[in-house]
Design a protein around this ligand. Structure first.
Ligand SMILES: [Zn+2]
Ligand SMILES: [Zn+2]
Length: 115
């Protein structure tokens, strides 16, 4: 199960900006003064059993604007690879530390089926 509080903390840690590019536009949330962003689990929650660890952790959750969030799920392979690479390299240590092992970009591309 996803913990909404964890996702909210992850967005706050990112300053409620898009981690692909902080200049990406969004709108103000109805309740509160922060920009609307969407939490994205870089290593998908569906891989929880495979890795045998909780993936619902701030270190694995990125703040993305709606457009980037849709692109990372539905965009062209090359674009998705670039996005994954940028996000992963910005937080490689933290992600490997929650996985308890190292992981390569190639492995993540395989998980996203963009190889
Ligand atoms: Zn997502
Ligand atoms: Zn964005």
């Amino acid at each position: 199960m996803r913990d909404l509080k964890v996702a909210k903390r992850a967005l706050k840690l990112a300053g409620n900006c898009c981690e692909m590019d902080p200049t990406h536009a969004s709108f103000l949330r109805r309740n509160g003064s922060s920009l609307y962003m969407e939490p994205h689990h870089l290593i998908p929650m569906s891989m929880t059993d495979y890795f045998g660890v909780s993936l619902d952790r701030e270190q694995n959750i990125f703040s993305l604007c709606s457009n980037c969030h849709n692109q990372i799920h539905y965009g062209k392979k090359e674009a998705v690879q670039q996005m994954i690479s940028k996000l992963f390299l910005s937080r490689e240590q933290e992600i490997c530390s929650i996985l308890g092992r190292s992981i390569t970009l190639q492995e993540i591309y395989q998980i996203y089926k963009v190889l």
